[in-house]
Structure formats: C-alpha cells, structure tokens
Design a protein around this ligand. Sequence first.
Ligand code: ZN
Ligand code: ZN
Length: 286
Amino acid sequence: MEETKPIFGVAGTPTNFKGKFKDLFAWLRDMGLNAYEIQCVYGFKISDVNKEIYKQEQQNGMFFSIHAPYYINLGSKNTPSVEKSKEYMRQGIELAKSIGVNRIIFHPGGGHDNTPEGRKIAIKQLIDAVNEITLNTDMGDVRFYPEIGGKTANLGSLDEIIEICKQCKYCYPCIDIAHLHAREVGSLVDKQAIRDRLDKIKAEIPEKFKHIHFHAYTIQYNDKGEMHHLVHGENMKDGSVGKPNLEEFVEVLHEMDIQPWVISEASDSQEIGAKYMRDLYYKDIK
Ligand SMILES: [Zn+2]
Ligand SMILES: [Zn+2]
C-alpha cells in the first residue's frame, strides 16, 4: 500500500490500551490513527498469531513499519558485531516481506571516535555494509530507514542521514524530530527552524523525501542530547513547554503539502500525541 495523505500512528502498543492485542487496531482506527510501528527492538521476532493479525489489519487500512533491534550497529568499530548486524538486517528483510511490510527503521549506531574523521569512517562503513546487504538480497518492496540519533555522540546527524540516503539506493530518511532537536541541543526553536531542516532534505534527496518517515513527540535533553521522551503535554524539567512544538511541525506538513507517516513516540501516551497531531492536521480539511 502507498500513502496518498499523511498518516498518523503509534510506536508499539500504548500502555493505555487494556484489551486483547487483536482488538488494538480497531481502537486506534476509532481515534483516526492508522499506522503502527512494530517494535522489534529486542529481536526480529513476531509470533505466527501476530503475523496473521498484521496481514489482516493491512486489509483494514492499517499501515505497518518495523523498528529494528537496538543492538544492530552497522557503524560499530567492532567487525564481528557489524557482521552480525548485517545478518540480523537480512532476517529483518525476510520478516518484513513475510508480512507485507516495507519500512524497516534502524539506528545507525556508533562506536568509532566521535570526531569528524571518526564519524566519516563510521558512516562510510555503514554505507558499505548496507549496500552489501541490499546487493545480495531480494529486497522486494522493502526499504531501510536510518533514523536521526538522539545523542550528540550517536551516528545519525541530519547531514549523515542525508548522506546515507544519497549513497544507498534502499535507504530513506527517518526524521525523528525530537532526536534532531535534542542532538542539536534545542535547535528546533520555532516553525522556521523545522521548515529549514525539511527544505534541506527535500533539496538534497527530493525523490526520497516523498517517502519520508517521522517520529514526533517532545523530549528532555541536555548538552549531550537525548535524556528521555516526555509524556504528551508534559513540561520540561525547568518548567518550560516541551519541544519540538508539535503544532508548528503540523503546520509545516501543511505548508509543504507532503504525505508522510508520522509516528508518536511520546512516553506512555503515544496514542494521545498521535491523535493530537492527526486532529490538528485534519481539522481544516473536510
Ligand atoms: Zn528509534
Ligand atoms: Zn525515534
């Protein structure tokens, strides 16, 4: 399935949902939400029962992406762990194909020196690893989405994500705007700042920009970047309103007339954050 309008959804199963898993998707649809990011963050494993549920729910209009395990690290200094990561990514491709899912989100990782030179080496290594995987694997419709990293030391700055997407045919941008804000130590101060980042992506990788994937929520950070995801509506520790500002983000989506997937990763309130953005977006559209 291809998106023809922006879709909004959640990362994993909200803690506020108390029913049976198979009934989750009707609960989400009742809120106008039709995307769900499957959290394979501890391994590319999905039970047969849940595979059937995902396949069925795609018929009911749900869109699914898969978040890869946290231990995957294609940017590691440790060669065996890069080799293992490649193997896991191949498993992820097979899993995604088996349930008709075409977006795999992954963290670029890290481990080389956090210097411009060290980061360049790591990104080059990651690009080579991804290209090796995709060259030797039937990708079907599956695409990889390297995600913006939340900490300043993580790989996955905006420029690095753009570079990966330029060099890897199968890579598309996962722009976690909260991670971006945190790793740039509070950079997304207003609507123009958000717009500038998206304009840059659009200018540099226009075809891939059309299939952009967002994570959007507010975040607590310090001078090293991400500390933790905030609950939707929660203030920062200093009492200020949580950023990045979701109203401004939604306005930018309108202005740019794009059809992204927007996944809320608000802590224990992802459906509330997703519905908030969804309702803001569609309130002007009859
Ligand atoms: Zn992530
Ligand atoms: Zn994220």
